[in-house]
Design a binder for this molecule. Structure first.
Ligand code: PEP
Length: 256
């Protein structure tokens, strides 16, 4: 295990917050998130990105998109180009969130194209993978996760692989209050790392940050972060309030 991986705590605001509410939350986070801890990124809805960028400029908190198209520009009504995110100062973008996959038909191939376009534009893609409850109950977790990782990085070089972040998000744990046991989350994150090692090489895989996501709370973060393959968290519900997200970002690191 590499000890060089800096923990990353990411907040996905989903379809929440008006511009005024987003400004307020960003400001509160600026005040409450301690400096010198994990890297922290918030992903507001696109409508609030400009305002959040204004509030967080010069702070230690980064901001990113929740989704994007892979084309540079053109007739793609409703979509956002990678360059539009970087224009707003984004440094991250979530790709392949399970809600995009299940509600909006995003395929593994689209995830691959989006992640590649993100990298080409200097954005770090946070690529989400994870099994549904039915797949877990059918003992398909490992297969589903491995195939999602392989397809997301299809045809990539080791240099490209080195620049991504993965998030293991079991779909049954998202927004349900059911957290995946930390031991199991660590096992699947380790499986993702093994897959990366096969696609690229071990040194590259050891440098990639792999987050856990699924009902992360202030009470669960320290235990999850103590696991060797878990390098951070992708947080949904608990990132909508400054106190709970700051408590997660300010978790007390314990040796792992
Ligand atoms: C998510 O949507 O990525 C997520 C992890 O949500 P929650 O924390 O609410 O389960």
């Amino acid at each position: 295990m590499s000890t060089a991986r800096r923990p990353l705590i990411a907040g996905n605001w989903k379809m929440h917050k008006t511009v005024a509410e987003a400004r307020q939350l960003a400001n509160a986070l600026r005040a409450k998130v301690a400096a010198g801890g994990p890297e922290v990124v918030v992903c507001p809805p696109a409508t609030a990105l400009f305002a959040v960028a204004e509030e967080l400029k010069g702070s230690a908190i980064a901001w990113g998109g929740q989704n994007m198209d892979w084309h540079a520009k053109g007739a793609f009504t409703g979509e956002i180009a990678p360059g539009m995110l970087t224009d707003l100062g984004c440094t991250f973008v979530i790709v392949g969130h399970s809600e995009r996959r299940t509600l909006f038909g995003e395929t593994d191939e689209a995830v691959c194209q989006k992640a590649e376009a993100a990298l080409a534009n200097g954005l770090t893609p946070i690529i989400c993978v994870g099994e549904t409850l039915e797949q877990r109950e059918a003992a398909l977790t490992d297969n589903v996760v491995i195939v999602q990782v392989q397809r997301a990085l299809h045809g990539w070089t080791a240099e490209q692989v080195a620049k991504v972040v993965f998030a293991y998000e079991p779909v049954w744990a998202i927004g349900t209050g059911k957290t995946c046991e930390s031991q199991e989350a660590d096992r699947v994150c380790g499986l993702i790392r093994d897959t990366l090692a096969r696609l690229a090489d071990q040194a590259t895989a050891d440098g990639v940050r792999i987050l856990y996501g699924g009902s992360v709370k202030p009470e669960t973060i320290a235990e999850q972060m103590a696991k060797p393959h878990v390098d951070g968290a992708l947080v949904g519900g608990a990132c909508l309030e400054a106190d709970s997200f700051a408590a997660i970002a300010n978790y007390q690191a314990v040796a792992r």
